[in-house]
Write a protein that binds this ligand. Structure first.
Ligand code: 5GP
Length: 194
């Protein structure tokens, strides 16, 4: 059976809080893009406030609906509004988990392509956009997708935790949250018992 890791809302809170100093000091995001479902809650977390007023959206988070139906429907980039708004910004892409990396690979490549096209339209002096990534969990396993090498080298890929190839149960997916929290507490107690 696949090993399960139960993550509580408090765990998510702590992981965001822990990662916030690096994100705020080193990455200094001006805009966050949350990838469908799992990225919404960490992206809305208070320890990840943005310092500059948003140019998009009422609360600095652009929610990109993601579906797994077909590859072309994964990202609805029209939700971001004018691509010109993204040119020259520090943009943080937020998702809950980096598993095979397929989603993040696709998100970064599509965004880079569209933002670069907008930048070209704006003229030769238009500034470059910098993409960064924040995930709660990265699974330590062979990845199908790739990310730009400079992103990792420059500390623009942040995973609050790197875990084995387990199945992570997030609280927002729980049918019975009390049961979910009990399983998380039991796993923690078992881990801490001598
Ligand atoms: P990818 O394989 O593209 O990195 O991940 C695709 C998506 O699969 C993730 O955004 C997430 O929604 C889902 N996923 C992958 N692994 C897990 C996991 O361990 N737990 C949960 N709840 N979702 C996962």
């Amino acid at each position: 059976m696949v090993e399960k890791l139960y993550v509580t809302y408090n765990d998510v809170h702590r992981l965001c809080q822990e990662s916030a100093p690096h994100i705020l000091e080193q990455i200094q995001p001006q805009l966050m893009i949350a990838i469908g479902g799992g990225g919404f809650i960490p992206a809305r977390h208070r320890p990840l406030p943005l310092r500059e007023p948003p140019s998009l959206g009422p609360d600095n988070v652009v929610e990109v609906p993601g579906t797994k139906v077909t590859r072309t429907q994964w990202l609805d980039l029209s939700a971001l509004g004018q691509m010109e708004n993204l040119v020259g910004k520090n943009i943080l892409i937020v998702d809950e988990v980096d598993d095979t990396r397929t989603t993040l690979d696709y998100a970064v490549k599509e965004l880079e392509k569209d933002v670069e096209a907008a930048r070209q339209r704006m003229g030769p002096d238009a500034p470059q956009t910098k993409f960064s990534i924040f995930v709660l969990h990265n699974k330590d396993k062979p990845k199908k997708g790739t990310l730009p090498t400079d992103m990792q080298a420059e500390g623009r890929y942040v995973a609050a935790r790197t875990v084995k190839d387990v199945w992570i149960c997030y609280p927002w997916e729980a049918i019975d949250i009390e049961d979910h929290d009990r399983l998380a507490a039991e796993a923690l107690a078992a881990k801490n018992s001598p």
